[in-house]
Design a protein around this ligand. Structure first.
Ligand SMILES: [Zn+2]
Ligand SMILES: [Zn+2]
Length: 339
């Protein structure tokens, strides 16, 4: 089969290799779509390392967790799925032994690995991670299950409920998706970014208000433009300035959620009195617990999210590197690899 391997930062090769051999509890899946996530780009650029990249070592390795496909082979113990099923994975393979696993906080498992390997014609995964796709859902839409699960986790951890004012900082794919989920949870949402065409897209997809921060001279001006402080701020950009802006825009009793990793790590300025007197909650969200992957699939099946405009850019497997570069340069909102 063909599969994409990263040998070193910015050294990606699509090669011919053997189809993965499956264990008794695993399934082999023919990949039909795999989204390019910003975490794939970080691995490609060498900013982030994974313990498990399909070969048990950092390089060469392959990433790609946002896949959907068809089951073509199953191990002898597998009962929850059948050959031909259209499936998507819940991407976390937890250790099952650490304290977080024992407490049920699966996404915080210290030793978790992911169902990586989606930039290939075939991928293997533990059968218990696989969820059947609802009828009528396409593979490319289903490949959005993981990002939607991440945004549901962010919305829930930000305490967003009917009638809330929410602010999303960041107009990337995840910023726009966070906006859509916050809307679904009943909030009125302002999205702050700095790319006019993406802000327009956000507006079309339901944002109540969008603001280009490039046009704002001060945080006071930005706050005035927003029209007041918010109950929840999801910072969907990993940098100090965005996080500090988020902290300035949250109202007393509200939540600031750090949704994006920061590379390289930076320190932020924080006024402790804001947290004490204002009872502000500063939190984060990291992937999502398995039950939210199911919920994400339900959301997709319900057709309550108009995701179609987000999956317009398709690349063949041979073009993975070009897709990565297009995402890195922000030329496309989301790249979908269709082998
Ligand atoms: Zn992802
Ligand atoms: Zn664990």
């Amino acid at each position: 089969m063909k599969a994409a391997f990263i040998y070193a930062p910015r050294d990606l090769r699509v090669e011919e290799v053997d189809v993965p051999k499956i264990g008794d509890d695993e399934a082999l899946i023919r990949v039909r779509a795999c989204g390019v996530c910003f975490s794939d780009i970080r691995f490609y650029l060498g900013l982030k390392k994974y313990k498990h990249t399909g070969f048990g070592r950092e390089y060469p390795g392959f990433t790609g967790h946002e896949w959907a496909g068809e089951v073509v082979e199953m191990g002898k113990n597998v009962e929850n799925i059948s050959i031909g099923d259209r499936i998507v994975p819940s991407i976390i393979i937890p250790c099952g032994r650490c304290r977080q696993c024992r407490r049920g906080r699966i996404n915080l498992c210290k030793d978790k690995i992911f169902t990586h390997g989606g930039f290939a014609e075939y991928v293997k995964a533990p059968a218990k991670n696989l969820m059947k796709m609802p009828d009528g859902l396409g593979f490319e839409e289903a490949a959005l299950t993981e990002p939607i699960a991440c945004c549901l986790n962010a919305g829930i951890r930000s305490g967003i409920r009917e009638g809330d004012e929410a602010i999303i900082i960041g107009d990337g794919f995840m910023g726009i998706l966070n906006m859509m989920i916050a809307k679904l949870l009943g909030a009125s949402v302002t999205l702050i970014g700095h790319h006019d065409e993406r802000l327009e897209l956000a507006q079309r997809l339901g944002a109540d208000k969008t603001i280009n921060s490039k046009n704002m001279r001060s945080i006071g001006e930005l706050e005035k433009e927003v029209g007041g402080k918010a109950d929840a701020v999801i910072v969907s950009v990993g940098n100090k300035h965005a996080i500090e802006t988020g902290l300035m825009l949250v109202d007393d009793g509200g939540v600031v959620n750090l949704f994006a990793g920061t590379y390289p790590p930076e320190k932020i300025e924080l006024d402790p009195n804001m947290i004490h007197y204002g009872e502000i909650i500063l939190t984060g969200s990291n992937v999502a617990p398995p039950k939210l992957f199911k919920e994400a699939l339900n959301v997709l099946a319900s057709r309550k999210l108009n995701v179609e405009p987000l999956i317009r850019y398709r690349f063949r497997l041979e073009e993975v590197e070009r897709a990565f570069e297009a995402v890195e340069r922000r030329e496309v909102i989301k790249a979908m690899i269709v082998p």
